[in-house]
Design a protein around this ligand. Structure first.
Ligand code: NAI
Ligand code: MG
Length: 360
C-alpha cells in the first residue's frame, strides 16, 4: 500500500535543503521499493503568504492523513513584525501539539570524519552515538498554575508547575525502551527523584514499564550528574529518556559534542510512531538562497523517518552510509569545512549523497 509523506519545506533555507532530501528520498523510494507518495504543502511564513495563517486547517488535515511529515524550517525577517500568535513559529508549535507528538528523539552522532569539529577531545567523543528521548508535550512547559502574583507586601511572586501523570510517563518510557531495543538495549532514565515529587513518580513508572522489557538494561541518573557525565564520558550512554525541560537542556548540551547544527536531525513521534521529522536548525536567513546550507541534517531526518515510522532499517542504514561516504570523500559545506577539504554547495552535497546511495 502507498505511504504518503507530507513535505513542508518552510522558509529560508528550508526549500533548498528539502530539495536535496527529496532527491535522496526518491532514489531510496525506487531502490528499496518503499511505495512512498509525496504530498506538498506549506508551513510557517510560506503558509502565511499562501493561506494567511502559519498553519492552515487543510494543511493540518493533510498532516493527520499522511503517514509521516518531513519539515524543513520556518521563520524569517519577512514575518518578524507580525504579532506572536500569527508568526511562522506558531505554526510549528501548533502542528506538534495538534498531532500529539510527545516523543522527541534527538540523536547526537559524531561522524569520525568531523572529529575535529567537536568541542571535546577526540578520545572522549570519537564514535559518539547517543539518542536522547525527550518528553515534548507535558511537564513544566505546560503545567498549570503558571502565574505571577502580587504578595501582601507588594513583592511579586512567579510560579510554574511540573506535573506528570502516570500515563504521560508510561508512554514516553515506552518510547525510550523501544528505541533502546532498536539500538544497544541500554536505557538511562534521567530525573531528579532525590528532590522532586514528579520525578519519584517518574522513576516508579519507568521501573514498572521496565518489566515488559527484560532484555533492556535500565539505569537511573540524577539530571545534574547526567549533565556532568555528558561532557566527562558521553560514550557511557546509549539511549537517555527524560522529561521535557531536562531533555531540552541535555539535548542541546549533547548536540554541541558533535560539531555543526547542520548535521543534526530530529524526530517527534506520537503514540503510533507516526512522526514529524525535521533538522534541529532553523531557517538560517543569513545564508538563505545562496546554496550554502548543509542539507545533511534534513537528509538524516529523512533517514530517521525511514527507521522509526516505517521500520525500513536497510534503507535508513544505506542513507546514513551514503552521508558517511560523502564525508569520506572530503566534501564539506561551509559550516563543516576546514582547510584541506573540498567546499561544496547545498546542491552538490545532495547530488553526492544521491551518487553514494546509488552505489550501495
Ligand atoms: P538558525 O538555526 O536558523 O541559524 C543559526 C546559525 O546556524 C546561523 O548562522 C545559520 O547560518 C547556521 N545554520 C543553520 N542551519 C544551517 C545549515 N543547514 N547549514 C549551514 N549553516 C546553518 O537559528 P536562528 O538564526 O536563531 O533563527 C533563524 C530563524 O529560524 C528564526 O526565524 C527562528 O525563529 C527560526 N527557527 C526555526 C526553527 C525551526 O523551524 N525548527 C528552529 C530554530 C529557529
Ligand atoms: Mg532548546
Amino acid at each position: 500500500m502507498a505511504k504518503s509523506i507530507l513535505i513542508l519545506p518552510g522558509d529560508g533555507i528550508g526549500p533548498e535543503i528539502m530539495a536535496e532530501a527529496i532527491k535522496v528520498m526518491r532514489l531510496a523510494n525506487d531502490k528499496y521499493q518503499l511505495g512512498f507518495e509525496l504530498i506538498f504543502d506549506e508551513l510557517g511564513g510560506a503558509a502565511i503568504d499562501k493561506y494567511g495563517v502559519p498553519l492552515a486547517d487543510e494543511t493540518l488535515e493533510r498532516a493527520r492523513q499522511a503517514d509521516a511529515v518531513l519539515l524543513g524550517a520556518v521563520g524569517g525577517p519577512k514575518w518578524d513584525k507580525l504579532e506572536r500568535d500569527i508568526r511562522p513559529e506558531r505554526g510549528l508549535l501548533k502542528i506538534r501539539a495538534q498531532l500529539g507528538l510527545f516523543g522527541n528523539l534527538r540523536p547526537a552522532i559524531l561522524y569520525p570524519q568531523l572529529a575535529d569539529a567537536s568541542s571535546l577531545k577526540p578520545e572522549i567523543v570519537s564514535g559518539l552515538d547517543i539518542l536522547i528521548v525527550r518528553e515534548l508535550t507535558g511537564g513544566i512547559y505546560f503545567g498549570k498554575p503558571r502565574e505571577t502574583r502580587v504578595l501582601e507586601n507588594g513583592e511579586r511572586l512567579s510560579l510554574d508547575t511540573l506535573p506528570y501523570s502516570e500515563s504521560e510517563i508510561r508512554r514516553i518510557a515506552k518510547v525510550g525502551f523501544d528505541m533502546a531495543r532498536l539500538r544497544n538495549k541500554k536505557l538511562c532514565s534521567v530525573d531528579k527523584a532525590n528532590v522532586l515529587e514528579s520525578s519519584q513518580l517518574w522513576r516508579e513508572v519507568v521501573e514498572q514499564v521496565a518489566k515488559d522489557y527484560p532484555d533492556v538494561e535500565l539505569s537511573h541518573m540524577y539530571v545534574d550528574n547526567a549533565a556532568m557525565q555528558l561532557v566527562r564520558a558521553p560514550k557511557q550512554f546509549d539511549v537517555i529518556v527524560t522529561d521535557n525541560m531536562f531533555g531540552d537542556i541535555l539535548s542541546d548540551e549533547a548536540s554541541m559534542l558533535t560539531g555543526s547544527i547542520g548535521m543534526l536531525p530530529s524526530a517527534s513521534l506520537d503514540a503510533n510512531n507516526k512522526g514529524m521529522y525535521e533538522p534541529c536548525h532553523g531557517s538560517a536567513p543569513d545564508i538563505a538562497g545562496k546554496g550554502l546550507a548543509n542539507p545533511l541534517a534534513t537528509i538524516l531526518s529523512m533517514s530517521m523517518m525511514l527507521r522509526y515510522s516505517f521500520a525500513q532499517t536497510a534503507a535508513a542504514d544505506a542513507v546514513e552510509q551514503a552521508v558517511s561516504d560523502v564525508l569520506d570523500q572530503g566534501l564539506r559545506t561551509g559550516d563543516i569545512w576546514s582547510e584541506g577539504y573540498s567546499k561544496v554547495s547545498t546542491r552538490e552535497m545532495g547530488d553526492a549523497v544521491v551518487a553514494a546511495l546509488a552505489k550501495l
